[in-house]
Design a protein around this ligand. Sequence first.
Ligand SMILES: Nc1ncnc2c1ncn2[C@@H]1O[C@H](COP(=O)(O)OP(=O)(O)OP(=O)(O)O)[C@@H](O)[C@H]1O
Length: 384
Amino acid sequence: MAEITLNALAHSYSENPSKAEDYAIREMSHVWEQGGAFALLGPSGCGKSTLLNIISGLLEPSDGEVLFDGKRVNELKPEERNIAQVFQFPVVYDTMTVFDNLAFPLRNIGVPEHKVTSKVHEVAEILELSDQLKRKAKGLSADQKQKVSMGRGLVRDDVSAILFDEPLTVIDPQLKWKLRRKLKQIHEQFNITMVYVTHDQLEASTFADKIAVMYNGQIVQFGTPRELFENPAHTFVGYFIGSPGMNFFDAHLTPDSQGNPRLMFGDLQISIRDDVLLALKNMDAAKVTLGIRPEFVHVWDGKNDDAYQVEVDYVEDLGTYKILSFLFNGQMMKARLSEDQKVPSGQVFVSFPEQWTKVYVNEYLVDPNGPMSVTVDQEVEHAN
Ligand SMILES: Nc1ncnc2c1ncn2[C@@H]1O[C@H](COP(=O)(O)OP(=O)(O)OP(=O)(O)O)[C@@H](O)[C@H]1O
């Protein structure tokens, strides 16, 4: 088991990088704590595989260091790093039996045969491969082959970490859910540092305790699924996490008649927390982006003096909940309605609770309390 530290790490595939866009990984410093279950989440091309390959040693970074338990490993080959890696597509030896495939990493390092046998049976049991052990890998389905591939990553309990690069891509949707649960269970059982790369937010949040969201070669937030949902540190996190993602609209600061700052969206004043308003004033930011999740937009049943009157565009029924799309000062926004909530039509009243109205400057969250998320319970206490 190991703690993995990335120290001022950067990577460019071009020989003479000159600008930020030339880097697949822009300079980052980051720690994956020992024994954690982490996900590296981001869209295609954001640099996830590049980062994983740098950690495993398949790729040498242009700048910076990778440390395992505080020791620099840049110069170590993949096999010297004691890392297991499971790729998107199965890596199995077709001519070997499932048993021999699973036994391979153990026999390779000279584990006594009786231990090989018990470990292979243990892992096969977890992955429900016990009745396939005598079969040649060649005849297996893609699902089963990937399970063998995962099993080969899991047999060695002496590894520093297991890296998974979109391992469930080839797996049947029904099995995916089951295998994700299994991986979680295996993590709890063996307590090995696991890093799981995916572009699927559901996969990331069911597997990981903490998720690193990657965007344009940078980790823009590292937090629990709840922190990413409640307090997105970057507009990309607000947009990428959640279904649908966060509503955004541009606002600007202007002084009122007494010279106090007000935040305006067109000619409408938007109420935000005093400490955020103060931080914003001190930043002297000309352009401000406001974000609120559809789940936190308050839709009132009737007229309300504190709410804005908006126009309903359409309501989408998604079974257990509905998504209301409405026009707010000319901008399309969404609100999530619970199953039992009245479905509005025509005009409706909405408000944006201060604690859930997030303020971004240059795409990053203005957070006077630092990087910690403010949880629902704390907010309720705070409001009382
Ligand atoms: N061998 C390479 N040579 C040049 N550029 C590369 C190479 N591999 C990746 N890139 C570029 O580096 C950037 C990051 O790619 P990377 O594969 O790490 O992203 P990713 O998030 O893993 O994407 P995906 O989910 O599609 O695999 C992309 O712009 C990609 O085109």
